[in-house]
Design a protein around this ligand. Sequence first.
Ligand code: ZN
Length: 481
Amino acid sequence: MDFIHDDFLLHTETSRRLYHNCAAGEPILDYHTHLSPDDLAGDRRFQNLFEIWLEGDHYKWRAMRANGIAERYCTGDASPYEKYLAWCRTVPSTLRNPLYHWTHLELRRYFEIGELLSEENANYVWDAANEKLQFSNLTAQGILRKFAVRALCTSDDPCDDLRQHKHLRDHNTEFRVFPTFRPDNALQVHLPSQFNEWVSRLEQAANRSIMTLSDFLDALKSRHDYFHAFGARLSDHGLEHCPSSPCSESEAGQIFANARAGKAASGEEQEHFASFMMLFFGRLDAEKGWTKQLHVGALRSVNSRALRELGPNTGFDTIGDTPQVASLCAYLDLLDREDSLPKMILYNLNPADNCAFAAAVGNFQDGSIAGKIQLGSAWWFLDQKEGIERQLNALSNTGLLARFIGMVTDSRSFMSFPRHEYFRRVLCNLLGRDVENGELPSDEKLLGAMVRNICFENARQYLGLELSPNGDNKKEPMTRA
Ligand SMILES: [Zn+2]
């Protein structure tokens, strides 16, 4: 039997029934990714396994470095094949790391390769996969069709002209690609040269000059409107912690003016300015019925040598332990008080925050929409079997699992769609175990409906994205090996 077989991760009969009958056939709504709009619009055909699988993958780089592989084979000037070979050499050492499961699930689902990857079969796998990449339907868009992706959201700067999204909207009916408004650059008043460069781009994008804070806010609002016209219904913020300090408009205006004049905001000023802006962004989302995502708790680029030599996002970010809950609740409370609290998804990076975030979510449910404030799916360092189970348990213990809007890949790679399958197997395994323990009723109708909803329907209803009416592409059931 292959390592990745039909019943992988499904340990009870009920789990297997739930997964195969209720989860496997549901389409995918991947509402948070970092996929390239260029690749999507151009329907990129990947030249080889390196391009689709290793390029830019800091998870793999971290494992390779930990395995004693030189940087040359991670981010350096080694050839694509040499880098791939270095990865194959590393795979047998990734046992119990999620990479081991992901690697073999991905090889199985994309290329029907069931062998365990190592240096010995590296050459065979390279040739077999590359042939499929060149001659089959495994292009960027073909992959979306293959995995029954009804919709996905990219992550986009407010200055982006969304040209590729327009192209995608005009040329595709069976799946939809929506932009996500990610204005992290609007908070960088402590880095004035970067900030001013970005404000210049914003001036161009919004077609207006930005002299004052009020001009700045108007320009951002016009970009938010622009994104809305392209079907965007989500925003996203990456924050070390959620800022919620009091800051008047005149104080924010002064900090803005200083940054525009090249004077860096102090740590305290930046915190105040960010707090002011986050309230502004919250109101924008609430006015239009959008969903705001907060990715909270990453400590970025902690290795200064690596930052200097390799740049950001190369695998040197980590789980921060900043206290989160008080400022997060204060932020939600400020918006709630003025009746401007949008739907929100809170993702924590520190697993110690699971229960605290799950509890925090419950304070701001207001009966206007089911699951208005969501505990986000297991993210980044927590995106593995154990992290997914802990997120599901924290949510179940303090809130309503049945209202969960489910999994996202949060990925830059077109090879990541099996993460949805992985999540679904873990979910069904948990539920099946509870049934066989007598802790949940053995009622497939009741449980099956919940599973289906978590896989797709909850997200569809909650997010309000405009999906294509004819996109009823339920996945073909996986054939039994
Ligand atoms: Zn993300």
